[in-house]
Design a protein around this ligand. Structure first.
Ligand SMILES: *Cc1c(COP(=O)(O)O)cnc(C)c1O
Length: 378
């Protein structure tokens, strides 16, 4: 292939900063003259403990985690958290209830999994009950307004997903649970695909979690940020390795943690701090998303169905008016170095994920290609 510049729009695992990959390559065989690769180190040795402590401290700085919050590096992905959250938190109140908001594929999965562990109430949704019960998913274009969320004051927590990676829907602010009549309910948020992409008020949440492979590192490590006073109420059947209290007490080494994934995630946090932190990266993400959505909206050839105020800055699905051109689009995009643009099977068309590590230059290359493709085929 003659193409030598590539832009990776994968939804996850996804693009990492070039500088991070370069540093990892340089340090691969002999980390900081230790004579070992990070992959070969004991997770209890001084070298890895230093790597872990730095990664955790940098992450805390980035998200401005208050003192009374734990930052945990776990395994099992965001999918495991669908069970781990209720196992740890459903008994915060005696009723063993929780509220769930379903706005897309991911929160729907969370809602279904939680039902094995307590009395789960659907607080709001943009889908019919029939669609929620079925396996398939109809792409949604909107999010139910906070005022319509029907909360049970006896619920231990309220779960929602703040960025639906497949539908391309983002909830940019957090609901006020006092105003919704549930002042003692904890907010639990799946932030997987926009974690570290925008400023976020950790303090309003009891817990948030993210699989790292979208925007916060490689696959294999899952970030959990949880307020300390919520620990210690796990159900008896909760696996020890998934009990937040155990993981917190052991500084994420209750058992062998995913050491190499934590190391790479740590390099990503360092890179983010060097770039100027979340506020700076958020402005960049805003410009990138605006450029892409403006291109889509300015044409009849491309279409994004999501109402503007709910559009995700991270995941941008779009369809071609003439679907028979999908394959040609993907093939020519690949030849132009634009990778992994195929949409999720439940939505069809294309999806461009433009996470932190995707520079404006990459989005510009995509937009230039889209306009050129439209000129040739429109
Ligand atoms: C990818 C994703 C998940 C699933 O993550 P795994 O790490 O594969 O378990 C859950 N929620 C959201 C919002 C996601 O984007």
């Amino acid at each position: 292939m003659t193409q030598d510049i590539f832009w990776n729009f994968s939804a996850g695992p996804s693009v990492l900063p070039k500088a991070v990959l370069q540093q990892a390559a340089e340090e691969m065989i002999n980390w900081h003259s230790s004579g070992q690769s990070v992959m070969e180190m004991s997770h209890r040795g001084a070298e890895f403990v230093q790597i872990y402590e730095q990664a955790a401290a940098d992450l805390r700085t980035l998200i401005q985690a208050p003192e009374d919050y734990e930052v945990l590096f776990m395994q099992g992905g965001a999918t495991a958290q669908n069970a781990v959250v209720p196992l740890n938190l459903i008994a915060l109140k005696d009723a063993h209830k929780a509220d769930y908001v379903v706005t897309g594929n991911w929160s729907k999965k969370s809602y279904h999994e939680a039902q094995r562990y307590g009395q789960i109430h659907l607080a709001a949704s943009n889908m019919t009950e029939q669609v929620i019960d079925e396996h398939h998913y109809a792409p949604a274009t909107w999010i139910p307004e906070f005022e319509t969320w029907q909360l049970d004051p006896e619920a231990s927590y309220l779960h929602f997903c703040s960025n639906e990676t497949i539908g391309g829907l983002e909830i940019a602010t957090l609901p006020d649970l006092d105003a919704l009549g549930a002042p003692s309910t904890e907010l639990v948020v799946d932030v997987s695909s926009h974690f570290l992409s925008r400023q976020f008020d950790v303090q309003k949440c009891g817990l948030l979690y993210a699989g790292a492979q979208k925007n916060a590192g490689p696959a294999g490590v899952t970030i959990v940020v949880v307020r300390k006073d919520l620990l210690g109420k796990a159900a008896d059947i909760c696996p020890s390795a998934f009990n937040y209290a155990n993981v917190a007490q052991a500084h994420s080494s209750f058992n062998t943690p995913p050491t190499y994934a934590i190391y790479i995630a740590g390099l990503v946090y360092r890179w983010l701090l060097n770039e100027g932190g979340i506020a700076v990266i958020e402005q960049r993400n805003k410009r990138k998303a605006e450029l892409l959505y403006q291109t889509i909206d300015a044409s009849d050839f491309y279409h994004n169905p999501v109402q503007r105020r709910y559009r995700s800055r991270m995941n941008v699905p779009f369809t071609l008016a003439d679907e028979s051109l999908n394959e040609a689009f993907l093939k020519q995009a690949k030849q132009a170095g634009l990778l992994n643009l195929k949409g999720h099977k439940s939505v069809g068309g294309m999806r461009a994920s433009i996470y932190n590590a995707m520079p404006l230059e990459g989005v510009q290359a995509l937009v230039d290609f889209m306009q050129e493709f439209e000129r040739r085929h429109g």
